[in-house]
Write a protein that binds this ligand. Structure first.
Ligand code: NAD
Length: 381
């Protein structure tokens, strides 16, 4: 038996009061594959040190910024140096930080949207290939066992030919913010300097888009979209709908909103085929609904033998123990660990920079379509 060695992990952002940092840290630990060693956890160094203290991390490996992080880590012997770095900062920092990290030879686990522009995402894709590093994009929902089962069943032809897809991501949290100018100013997601070109489509619409391409394997060729900012002095979209045409001739919808009053995290996808259909929703992630003409509804669940390999390796507990958001992210970290170690992994084990390029092209096509008077706009790859 060879000695197991955990991957030395670093983190940029994700500090004390961050929203999604905790999900990454727990996910990284769940599979016994990573140890968090250090990072530049916060825009405020004092807060970063306080955070490191709370986690009992070595303050010497807690850096004031990414430049110092890279400089000091590269100066360490290779067998001590951090190997993979998670980027969990607001959107505008993903591209410059990921670029620096890739060029310095670190594997990168990055939050979405991967960059501010498609051109930046393409550049990162080229750098990932050039520097031969692993790049994971944390489209968290692709880690759920039943989303993975959906992917497997569709690939096996369980639905026949896909003829309609409907992905929806509705939240309501911007409703109490958007009608109050002072509150608006406190939300970085509404600030183009920090969020990038889009709020709603960039923050959540891109998850729904990714779910379609991940589960169905279809490629979106064109979109016809409409987006809404609600107020003239609010620069970014907070609601949007995109009709999509796919490379098998089917059509579908990406519907996203952050002003769907009182909705929580209502991401759902339905894929309708000539033989059967599948439906899944994030707020009840352990149920995958399999609908067949003239047959009673079947509900598939994690942990059962009837699931395919991708769902099986993504399930830790016996049937009846719910798998949630932490487990989903952990499955992405597990696939990433295999890739970092140079081990074989199943297709779909984690989203990559390719998903990032596709997502950014989708966001730009949606905004172009809406901006040009709701016209069909190609996503050229
Ligand atoms: P947040 O504002 O809660 O946290 C951002 C963190 O980044 C904070 O700790 C902040 O101090 C730190 N930070 C800011 N500038 C920094 C710098 N220059 N150097 C180091 N640290 C810095 O944001 P959030 O809601 O956690 O979102 C972070 C990212 O994660 C966003 O890109 C968002 O789109 C993404 N996200 C993804 C999911 C998902 O499901 N995959 C969910 C939520 C958020």
């Amino acid at each position: 038996m060879s000695k197991h060695r955990k991957i030395r992990l670093g983190m940029i952002g994700g500090g004390l009061n961050s929203f999604i940092g905790i999900v990454h840290r727990i996910a990284a630990y769940m599979g016994e594959e990573y140890t968090l060693i250090g990072g530049a956890f916060d825009s405020n160094y004092e807060s970063a040190l306080e955070f490191a203290n709370k986690l009992e991390l070595d303050p010497a490996r807690t850096y004031p910024n990414i430049d110092t992080f890279i400089e000091k880590e590269l100066a360490l012997p290779e067998n001590e140096r951090i190997e993979a770095v998670v980027v969990v900062t607001p959107n505008f920092l993903h591209y410059p930080m990921a670029k620096q990290l890739i060029q310095a030879g670190f594997h990168v686990i990055c939050e979405k949207p991967v960059t501010n522009t498609a051109a930046e995402a393409i550049e990162l894709e080229e750098l990932v290939h050039k520097h031969k590093v692993v790049f994971t994009l944390t489209h968290t929902y692709t880690g759920y066992p039943m989303v993975r089962q959906m992917k497997t069943m569709i690939a096996q032809g369980a639905l026949g030919k896909i003829q309609k897809v409907d992905a929806q991501y509705y939240q309501g949290w911007i409703n109490p913010v958007i009608h109050d100018k002072d509150k608006r100013a406190t939300v970085w997601r509404l600030d183009p300097a920090k969020a990038g070109q889009s709020c709603c489509m960039g923050d959540i619409g891109v998850h729904a888009f990714n779910m379609i391409e991940y589960t169905t394997g279809l490629k979106t060729l064109k979109v016809l979209a409409d987006v809404d900012t609600l107020y003239e002095d609010n620069p970014l979209d907070i609601d949007g709908t995109a009709m999509c045409k796919f490379d098998n001739g089917a059509k579908g919808l990406v519907r996203a909103s952050q002003i769907a009053t009182a909705e929580e995290n209502n991401l759902r996808i339905a894929v309708y085929g000539t033989k059967a259909s599948l439906k899944w929703e994030q707020e009840n992630p352990n149920y995958l609904y399999f609908l067949q003409e003239g047959q009673p509804l079947q509900v598939l669940k994690p942990g059962h033998e009837y699931n395919g390999d991708l769902a099986k390796i993504s399930t830790k507990m016996a049937p009846g123990h719910p798998e949630g958001i932490f487990d989903s992210m952990a499955n992405i970290y597990l696939g990433t660990a295999r890739a970092i170690r140079g081990e074989a992994y199943l297709e779909g084990a984690f989203p990559t920079i390719r998903d990032g390029v596709r997502g950014m092209k989708f966001i730009e096509a949606v905004l172009a379509s809406a901006g040009n008077g709701n016209v069909w706009t190609e996503i050229v790859d």
